[in-house]
Design a protein around this ligand. Sequence first.
Ligand SMILES: [Ca+2]
Ligand SMILES: [Ca+2]
Ligand SMILES: [Ca+2]
Ligand SMILES: [Ca+2]
Length: 593
Amino acid sequence: MSSPRPSEDIQQTASCRVRRRFAGSLLLFILIALFIIWGVWWNSSKRDGNGKHISSASSTSPNTNVPSKGHSDKKDSDTASGDERSAIKTGVPFSEKLRNIDDPSQDGWDTELFNKTAGAQLKRLGNILKKPDAIAAKHIAAIASDNFTCSSLTPGSLKKIFADDVIEASRWAKPHANDRKLEQTFHGPEGLSRALGELMQPFANANYIRTKFKIFRVEPDANEVTTQQYAEIAGQLDDGWLEQHTTWLARWDNRNKNAPQLLSLKLEDVEQIRTRLPSGTLFSDCTKSALEHNPCYTEQFLRGYMYWLSASQQMRYLVTDNLGTPGLALGDINGDGLDDLYVCQEQGLPNRLFLQQQNGTANEISAAWGVDWLEDSRSALLIDLDNDGDQDLLVAFHGGIIVASNENNQRFELRTIIPSDEHLMSMAAADYDNDGDLDIYATAFLSQWRGKTAAPVPQQPRVYHDGNNGGQNLLLKNNGSWQFEDVTQQAGLDANNKRFSFAASWEDYDNDGDQDLYVANDFGRDNLYRNDDGHFTDVSQEAGAEDAASGMGITWGDFDRDGWFDIHVSNMWSSAGAASHFNRNLWKVPRAT
Ligand SMILES: [Ca+2]
Ligand SMILES: [Ca+2]
Ligand SMILES: [Ca+2]
Ligand SMILES: [Ca+2]
């Protein structure tokens, strides 16, 4: 065998060197890749590992858990279009997908389908009512059958239930045998046009007429369908407004599926509000005139729920629990006597602070004051936490509560973040222990928000009328020096504390000198906690305050001025939901196991 030639030796040596270098580079590459993967894992495990409730001193340091900052000039164009991404992946724009999901004809929701077509007919009717002197049978013919009949649509007599210099409210004294107006019967489109002409007589000289119909019950029966709906008519008169809120019972001929014809109408209920004001209206929406010169007003505030839903990859999957509920706070942050405004925005959009000017407009100063946080903020409070006379800032977000001090009416300084696994919603502050400083109560909807998964943990089953597997609300005692302690359990507020809470409000309802607490809960009963020397007892049942409807908000007020505070709870109601409730398909949904 001949030995290799020198040139072959050189080639082989060079080749070995190349292989060794390649192997070395490959090893280095693998090591770098492993290091990057470890880094990502380490960061993610740190995020998931937030402590529960009140943090230790180290984790509440302002230097840790610093909330993300936004840019005041961030534009919506920075956010990629959900439609574009969706179309690239599937060829179907996201907005079209949503429309398909929302099409009741696809999955047998015939009452919803009818709700749409009858709703369109009622909208046509509403447009006809806007010109009372032009109401004619030829306009009604496309809406009412030739067989149409109705009694008068105007109530015979109204009973005054409240009156002062500005507002007069009346309700229908229910029809009785002597009410001759109701005995009149109108036939066909011509008859309906006369009944509507009579209904609109009080609005004949109105400058501006607004109409709105809401169907809240649909009962199909062969070729006929019965609906119940609210019918609202409002008009601006020379010295104020006239509003009629009525309930109509309607029967429809449904043989023309695209345009059902009215067979009859019947008046069921009436409430009338008359206001007398030289300026015309009690309240005017000044959001635009106060804020429109700030870029975020048009670029972010005017965008609706559906815009952000389609624009954000993350929100799309968390829509029901993570979008559409950011709150706001009012307070005078610079001590000039004018209330200023802090607005929470959806996750990824910076929260906004507005300083009110003498002329009533407000300038956006979020970045300058250090509070343009991008966290998934749900609510805020402007209150004086350290009793130095200025308004400090609290922001509840999914992950905890940010506490910031007001520094000389010039900026906010992050003091601490109180971490929480709960799915925090709103907050309410009061000095529950009468020690001279404000303490915080924070409501939670779901629990385990910051668990092992990025998405909220769904609570199943979700018992609609008495849910008891929701988040746990927190009572945080103010210990001074920006330290807060979770005293929920020791204060007795762990009783009935697994409900789906949205709102809470403090008031001394029993007039014994301490602050009591009402909590409005979705999916079931509310809580009224009586405060006895800093310890709470749930007295909602004995106090008759165990409202089982879907609680959204709560406020106290002594409405009859007898010295005892009363409660107003706002509950959820949906005309579409009410109409769907009677659809048999609702009961076909399989139960979660
Ligand atoms: Ca101010
Ligand atoms: Ca303060
Ligand atoms: Ca206190
Ligand atoms: Ca009390």
